[in-house]
Design a protein around this ligand. Structure first.
Ligand code: SF4
Ligand code: SF4
Length: 588
């Protein structure tokens, strides 16, 4: 059985430990060089040949820096890339197929970016050895698979890439939106993409002045405008509302319809389902290793991912399967104490008007907020909290508000611990137990804020928001950059905290599965983005989803096996039937 020993170099702190890994290793005790201490770094080097896999070092290390993994026999010799001795290892690879959209779904930290970089030609795979593999070695390695031809042609293939961290685009690309699109428009489709992705109003704007959602749509347009054989889209949904997600999905799908190969990494399962023909599951231990599964059809692939068990490979990669519950109707939930009522409210800015219908909010409930971007969602919550004064309607609730903003651009110089303290003060035990531990924040605390990934920053920002005592919590797009498991876990955590404190939370998000999991009721925002918005009174889930999806023009059904909401293909029999009945969100 192949065994790997992985050392997390961020976590390993030899100056703050007693080298327990080395002291207690049975191999070292009998005089073998199972672990030697690197003279230069002071960190251990573990011999995978001599290691017996006893796991003593794993338990003795005070910083949980070592992972020992026994891999299935089938993975022997299937390592695609390894980041040095005792580094992260990736096994197997995704296959971009001509004329199809292939998805990659799995936890963060198990090698999706490594896989994309290899397929994009940015990272030369080393097949687990010390040096990059030669063309002949790659040819032998992939013999008989579709990837053999892919790597043979890699130098000639035209490739286009939409990166994940779109916030960094303004630091790399200067000029206006139209200048960038002009430069990359190899397919002469700029005008069509601008219209489909709704970029008309920002064409003259400098890229550095774009919002996250605008940057995302620009990045998708720029990648799609290239004349490529293979397109890569790394998390194209973040910061887009549902309407924009579906438009982006249609643009990406149209590339496959032209016969091009498209590979998409995406955590919004409804979008992944809508966009893909095939799915690879990627699983493993974050930071230690990742394995890319065989290709599956999209429905089977997503259901298998939720089940946590790869039947054909006979691998269980998660102890529990994920199932989506159909919520009981709100009346049967025991919310009895009203937190506050609010009257009809109106707020006008130059060129924009928001009108909110009256409503009552209960203690302990989580209200999902859905609707297109720029329809006044944040303004509404700020009016409730007294931070924005309405032009019509009186509101005097005196509520303490804790807010997690949508965009996490943080110019903070210092560690995550310093940043978190600046937000919540000194930690107490309750904060550690209730928030820090479940969100797995501890391993991040010593790191500089500037080195955190989008998902790590998101978890930290959620911890800060929940760490403040408030009556009303507003979490704006908490699912961005989190993987599917983190999304569902955080949905449960937020519900538990809000219920326990008898507070109220408004959660603005565009991942319908996340909203479905977290919300007790919904507030739907209709209107014309940037011109007028209307906040309807809080409604039950089904009614709210129906109102919203009717506006977007998309119908959803539930998958019978997992209970997850699935978008119907436009014009399909189910789509037509549900539209006729007015059941846009079918929960039966
Ligand atoms: S692995 Fe753990 S015990 Fe070993 S040197 Fe690093 S921190 Fe210390
Ligand atoms: S798993 Fe056991 S044998 Fe292997 S390095 Fe750790 S302590 Fe030594």
């Amino acid at each position: 059985m192949p065994r790997i020993a992985v050392l997390d170099k961020h976590k390993c702190q030899p100056k703050r430990c007693s080298l327990e890994c080395h002291r207690y290793c049975p191999g070292v005790r009998i005089g073998d060089e199972t672990i030697v201490i690197d003279e230069r770094t002071g960190k251990p080097i573990i011999s995978e040949t001599l290691c017996s896999g006893c796991g003593i070092c794993v338990h003795k290390c005070p910083f949980h820096a070592i992972t020992i993994v026994n891999l299935p026999q089938e993975l022997e010799g299937r390592c695609i890339h390894r980041y040095g001795t005792n580094g992260f290892a990736l096994y197997e690879l995704a296959i971009p197929r001509e004329g199809a959209v292939t998805g990659l779904v799995g936890q963060n930290g198990v090698g999706k970016t490594t896989a994309l970089n290899i397929l994009f030609g940015k990272l030369k795979p080393n097949l687990g050895k010390d040096a990059p593999a030669s063309p002949d070695e790659l040819n032998d390695f992939f013999k008989g698979s579709e990837l053999q031809g892919y790597f043979k042609r890699l130098d000639e293939l035209r490739l286009s890439f939409k990166p994940q961290p779109i916030e960094q685009i303004p630091t790399i690309v200067r000029g206006s939106v139209s200048e960038l699109l002009e430069r990359v428009d190899e397919r002469r489709v700029k005008d069509e993409l601008v219209q489909k992705l709704g970029l008309q109003d920002v064409m003259d704007r400098e890229i550095k002045n774009l919002s996250g959602g605008e940057l995302q749509r620009l990045a998708i347009a720029a990648a799609s405008a290239r004349d490529a054989d293979v397109y890569f889209f790394d998390e194209p949904s973040s910061h887009l509302d549902v309407y924009q997600r579906l438009n982006a999905a249609n643009v990406i799908r149209s590339l496959a319809e032209l016969g091009r190969a498209v590979l998409v990494v995406e955590h919004d399962l409804a979008v992944l389902d809508y966009i893909c023909d095939y799915v690879h599951i990627i699983y493993g231990i974050p930071g230690a290793y990742g394995v890319i599964s065989n290709l599956r059809s999209v429905r089977v692939g997503i259901n298998t991912y939720l089940e946590g068990y790869l039947r054909e490979e006979n691998v269980r990669f998660r102890d529990e399967s994920i199932h989506f519950e159909v919520k009981p109707s709100f009346r049967s939930i025991s919310f009895t104490k009203i937190a506050f009522n609010y009257p009809q409210l109106i707020k006008r800015f130059s060129g924009f008007e928001l009108s909110a219908d009256p409503g009552s909010i209960f203690k302990g409930e989580v209200v999902g907020v859905i609707g297109q971007n720029a329809t006044g969602k944040t303004t509404f919550i700020k009016m409730l909290a007294g931070e924005v004064e309405p032009d019509s309607g009186k509101i005097d609730l005196n509520l303490a508000l804790s807010y997690k903003p949508q965009y996490l651009r943080m110019n903070f110089e210092g560690s995550a611990l310093e940043w978190l303290r600046s937000q919540v003060g000194e930690f107490n035990q309750a904060f550690e137990l209730e928030i820090v531990e479940p969100l797995e924040i501890k391993p991040l605390l010593d790191r500089e804020v500037s080195t955190l990934s989008g998902g790590e920053m998101q978890r930290l920002a959620i911890a800060a928001c929940l760490g403040r005592r408030a009556d009303l919590y507003l979490l704006d797009e908490p699912s961005a950059y989190l993987d599917v498991e983190q999304r569902l876990y955080i949905a449960k955590l937020i519900r538990r905290v809000i219920e326990g404190r008898e507070a109220t939370a408004f959660v603005v998000d565009h991942d319908l599965l996340f909203i479905d999991s977290i919300s007790d009721r919904l507030i739907f925002f209709g209107g014309k983005p940037g011109v007028r918005g209307r906040a309807f009174s809080p409604t039950e889930m089904r009614q709210g989803m129906n109102m919203f999806l009717r506006e977007v023009g998309v119908t959803f059904r539930r998958d019978p096996q997992t209970g997850r909401p699935r978008a119907n293909k436009p014009g399909s029999r189910l789509d037509r039937e549900q539209k006729e009945k007015g059941e846009f969100f079918y929960v039966g």
